[in-house]
Design a protein around this ligand. Structure first.
Ligand code: PEP
Ligand code: MG
Length: 589
């Protein structure tokens, strides 16, 4: 952090998405449900606090009743559990004890509820009978639902902000970010967040400037402070001096002109100087992003991250709800292909309504296909919806987080079950769609030849592959500087995948953010990749670069690059040898 005499403060963070914006700050302090504040409540406020608690119980219970109502036939086996939860909302041990604790300790409802829930969970843990022990989990789930309402009461909903402001938050989840109203919000900055976190991925697709991982932004910025957000450089400037403001207004104009220039040429084909045609596809999180994918001339959807629908609904959608969304998506894109990835929940896309278990190490926990195989009924619902939507367009099915051959065999068995159910139910579906897996766990790289025997295509997920190969939590700003696509180990891994795909005649895609960064394109072309899926905002820039490159040169250069042993040597080589074809760099920097 750097402060001048006039009070101008500059803080360095991590670029979330490029571009510059200038505007008034709007501070929202979102700590999330997991960090519960404790504060005393004076004797005359105790009854009001109890009423606040009771109110949250009523709302959470009403929500729960609605979920039970909406259950489709395919989820009705969960009815018993949900009805048990209905009773627990007013259970003496939870409800009565929480009210007693507010009174006795004169503390806020959140803290009282947390205290009572923890005590109950400890008590149930001691019980030998596994059935009764599991009741402890039911209580925790009900408590989470009440807690969400208690916290939400004080919370600002991102989608309700209707001023032309820059949001300053401690943290925004990917689901929060997807709620941002583009016509109102100029940009956003957060204390938390790391490179290629899902928050940054959503920010890029919105094409609004953002800086993440600032550490102390919410402490240093006050509402209505003037803020400059330089998303390209990853810095924010609080209460800028006049001269700084002037400089950034010019920079902003240059960036806008550059973006307009790139977009003007976006209809031209992605063909290199030596005639190699590339396939540039879009990664999307919401069906609504199809508009942006089309505007940016994506040749299809290379990755549809399906988890956002689950996160936004705060419950498992039914097969019919999923079918409606998937059908809408494939029909809008028809005849272009759409790759639907099955639920990749947990990791940084955690939602207590979907899975209330908090893990110490979520990136290494019950994430993606692991969660789906443990929750087979939910997995079958999603696969059935995908196979039904496949009668309306061009769909590929993609499975995330595969780490061994056993998992893909289990997935195939689940697909068979889905097909059997659909046949019995007399529903129209198409099971002849390509099946692919994400290669994003190091074990999958080493097993690529073995995995290839069971699938039609691979899609390299570099966001996670880098995280797992280099042991860097992609959300953690303290190690963000070590999260490097140019690490020689990463390039060697991608090389292995490319060889396995070629030798086994398996179609190969890359859908990690690495594919959308111009600094990586010469390497990826040299490795022989031709199907690149990225944030749709990056497509015009990457296309322009591809049109200036020569694949035979990139192949020769790759031999040199593969001989380098440090990130710096690789980055320097690209900067020196591809300077002319690299896009925008502000002269001022
Ligand atoms: C990846 O890991 O590279 C990827 C595309 O998936 P996600 O970012 O959703 O984990
Ligand atoms: Mg991934």
């Amino acid at each position: 952090m750097n402060k001048t005499q006039s009070g101008q403060i500059t803080i360095h963070g991590i670029s979330g998405s490029p571009g510059i914006c200038i505007g008034k700050a709007y501070v929202v302090d979102r700590e999330g449900v997991n960090l519960i504040k404790r504060y005393p409540v004076s004797a005359d406020r105790v009854q009001a606090e109890i009423d606040r608690f009771k109110n949250s119980v009523v709302k959470a219970k009403a929500d729960h009743a609605e979920i039970i109502e909406s259950l489709g036939a395919d989820l009705s086996e969960n009815l018993n559990i949900l009805q048990t939860h209905m009773v627990l909302f007013k259970d003496k041990m939870l409800y009565g004890k929480a009210i007693d604790t507010i009174k006795a300790d004169q503390i806020n409802a959140e803290w009282a509820l947390q205290k009572v829930t923890r005590a109950l969970q400890d008590m149930f843990q001691q019980i030998d009978d596994p059935y009764l022990r599991a009741r402890g989990n039911d209580i925790a789930q009900v408590s989470d639902k009440i807690m969400a309402y208690l916290v939400r009461g004080e919370d600002i909903r991102i989608c309700d902000i209707n001023m032309r402001v820059i949001i300053v938050a401690h943290d925004l989840s990917p689901a929060d970010t997807s709620q941002i109203q583009l016509e109102r919000i100029k940009g956003f900055v957060t204390d938390r967040g790391g490179k290629e976190s899902h928050t940054s991925i959503v920010a890029k697709s919105l094409k609004i400037p953002s800086v993440l991982g600032l550490g102390t932004a919410t402490h240093n910025v006050k509402n209505d402070d003037i803020l400059i957000v330089d998303g390209s450089a990853g810095i924010i400037i609080i209460n800028p001096e006049e001269e700084t403001l002037f400089k950034y207004e010019e920079k902003m104009a240059r960036f806008e002109a550059y973006r307009a220039d790139i977009e003007r040429d976006s209809h031209l084909p992605a063909v290199t100087q030596d005639g190699v045609a590339l396939n540039l596809l879009a990664n999307i999180e919401l069906v609504e992003e199809v508009v942006s994918a089309k505007d940016n001339r994506a040749s299809g959807i290379g990755l549809f991250r399906t988890e956002f629908l689950y996160l936004d609904l705060n419950r498992f959608p039914t097969e019919d709800e999923l079918l409606k969304k998937y059908r809408e998506l494939v029909e809008l894109m028809h005849p272009a292909p759409v790759t639907i990835r099955t639920l990749d929940i947990n990791g940084d896309k955690f939602n207590p309504f979907i899975d209330p278990v908090e893990e110490a190490n979520p990136a290494l926990g019950l994430r993606g296909v692991r969660f789906c195989l443990e929750n087979e009924d939910k997995f079958i619902s999603q696969i059935k919806a995908i196979l039904r939507a496949a009668t309306c367009g061009n769909i590929k099915l993609l499975i995330p987080m595969i780490s061994c051959v056993e998992e893909i065999l289990q997935v195939k068995a689940v697909i068979d079950k889905a097909v059997l159910e659909l046949t019995h139910e007399d529903k129209i579906f198409n099971k002849d769609i390509p099946l692919g897996i994400m290669i994003e766990v190091p074990s999958a790289v080493l097993l690529a030849n073995e995995l290839a025997a069971h699938v039609d295509f691979f899609s390299i997920g570099t966001n996670d592959l880098i995280q797992y190969a280099l042991a860097i939590d992609r959300r953690n700003r303290r190690v963000a500087h070590l999260y490097q696509a140019h690490n020689p180990a990463v390039i060697k891994m991608i090389h292995l995948i490319c060889e396995a795909a070629r030798n086994n005649d398996v179609e190969l895609y890359m859908c990690g953010e690495m594919a959308g960064d111009p600094m990586n394109i010469p390497i990826l072309l040299g490795l022989g990749l031709t199907n690149l899926s990225m944030n749709s905002g990056a497509i015009p820039v990457i296309k322009k670069m591809i049109r200036a490159l020569d694949v035979s040169k990139t192949k020769r250069d790759l031999e040199t690059i593969m001989g380098f042993d440090t990130v710096e040597k690789i980055t320097q080589f690209i900067l020196e040898h591809y300077k002319a074809s690299l896009p925008y760099k502000d002269d001022d920097e």
